[in-house]
Design a protein around this ligand. Structure first.
Ligand code: LLP
Length: 436
């Protein structure tokens, strides 16, 4: 997929760059991002809105993968940015990202984070609860400024990877629920508040979704609310934010829809519902994370030890694991991979790919067909661009890998490898070290 090919030497090439050369130059483990593929993914979401002439914002859900270079790329691509913490906001500020295109999410934003967002004059805060509504209003009043907000609702549509269920009883830590009437009260409070500009509503139904049904149901729920608000509060939202969650293909069995199809369906349903109540077409905002960067990312590992258990299994251990990719351990997530240096060789064996962390659960891939691999080889694991580096950690004091952007035959390091010194940066030795 993307710009991946196999070159004359039988090496995996991404963005016109030989991945084995990257492994040699930067060491392993190593994250590589195919920038052209990120461009293509962003354009498919945007193009679908442009074709239908619907006002929109595509906000990159930066939790999927954030760093200064990624935010600069998102800016260049005309994306907005969804941040969920002071740290992500700080990164956005430092990257020079236009603050008016930043949206701030979270179920428990701290006062410091709210102040930071107000002072940075970001585009919009997605308000999650009454506590936040009150504090945000106070913070704005103290500074005599206005802040645009969306209200996050729990639409009672819960997306489960392959299907969805409509939950009558909502049970989620996020947003205003629809059952208690809370959401109506929130509209009333926000509308009456001179410091808050209520733009509209937000819902996010889940992640790695392969169908449009859940989004359709969320839109329908929103319009039930909108009808009520127009009658009772004379309030018509100008923005409907339908969140992210568009699926990607990690393994052969995954069947996501093309980006355009999710967007077209959303537009179709919003148009129909708006027409029914003679409402102007609202702006539609979405927040893809995984589907913008997931399949653009590849992780390279060096093959190390092997363990053959007769009649049971062959383990092949690599120099990373749950420290750079938590998803298999956390969600039993599945991945595919090949040997980057022998990319044109047919598989002859089956290996289960083990990480190097001290946990039996630190397995990256079970039963992967590969050529007979040995410790000269480089394993490439695909589709690690979302929630890979973002959830990387220093378990076992393993330094986090570097991140390289590749495009048109050029490679650029955008995050450096952590060093052992970096690991000690925040350590404070005992004041009275009696051991010495
Ligand atoms: N908007 C909101 C409000 C969200 O909570 C999320 C993801 C997104 C957008 C982006 O969703 P995406 O398009 O990336 O699916 N760590 C998990 C995924 C957690 C997603 C949390 N929220 C994983 O590795 O699968």
């Amino acid at each position: 997929h993307g710009t991946s090919t196999i070159n004359d030497q039988g090496h995996l090439e991404i963005g016109g760059v030989d991945t084995t050369a990257l492994a040699r130059d930067y060491g392993t483990p190593l994250f590589i991002y195919d920038v052209a593929l990120i461009r293509k993914r962003a354009a498919s979401f945007q193009q679908a809105f442009i074709e239908e002439q619907v006002p929109y914002q595509v906000a990159y859900a930066s939790k999927a993968f954030s760093c200064i270079a990624m935010f600069q790329l998102a800016d260049e691509l005309g994306l907005s940015l969804d941040v969920v913490s002071g740290g992500e906001l700080y990164t956005a500020i430092q990257s020079g990202f236009p603050m008016e295109r930043v949206h701030f999410h979270g179920n428990n934003k701290s006062l410091m984070e709210l102040e930071m967002a107000v002072e940075a004059q970001i585009g919009c805060i997605v308000v999650d609860n009454f506590y936040e509504l009150g504090e945000l209003s106070r913070i704005c009043a103290e500074r005599n400024v206005q802040m645009s907000i969306l209200l996050r609702i729990t639409p009672g549509v819960e997306a489960h990877t392959h299907d969805y269920i409509s939950t009558g009883q909502e049970d989620s830590k996020f947003g205003f629920d629809l059952i208690s009437g809370q959401v109506h009260q929130a509209v009333e409070v926000a509308q009456a508040d001179g410091n808050l500009r209520l733009l509209g509503v937000h819902s996010h139904i889940g992640s790695q979704i392969f169908e449009t049904t859940g989004f359709v149901m969320a839109v329908e729920k929103m319009f039930e609310l909108i009808k009520h608000w127009r009658e009772v509060f004379d309030f018509t939202p100008q923005v409907l934010n339908l969140g992210g969650g568009f699926g990607i293909r990690y393994i052969e069995g995954d069947t996501p829809l093309p980006a355009e199809e999710y967007v077209q369906k959303m537009i179709e349903v919003v148009k129909r519902q708006a027409a029914e109540i003679e409402m102007d077409m609202p702006e539609i905002w979405i927040e893809p994370g995984r589907s913008l960067v997931g399949d653009a990312g590849t992780t390279l590992y060096s093959v190390g030890s092997k363990k053959h258990i007769p009649n049971v299994r062959d383990y092949l251990a690599v120099d990373g694991g749950m420290s750079d990719n938590l998803r298999p351990a956390l969600y039993q997530a599945e991945y595919e991979g090949i040997l980057a240096n022998r990319a044109n060789e047919a598989p002859t064996d089956t290996f289960s790919i083990a990480g190097k962390c001290c946990e039996s659960g630190d397995m990256l891939i079970w039963d992967l067909p590969l050529p007979n691999a040995n410790h000269e080889d480089v394993l490439a694991v695909f589709c690690t661009g979302a929630y890979g580096y973002a959830m990387a950690n220093n378990y076992n004091r393993i330094p986090r890998p570097p991140v390289i952007f590749v495009e048109n035959g050029e490679a650029q390091e955008v995050i450096k490898r952590e060093s052992y010194q970096d690991l000690l940066r925040l350590d404070v030795p005992l004041a009275n070290n009696v051991a010495k």
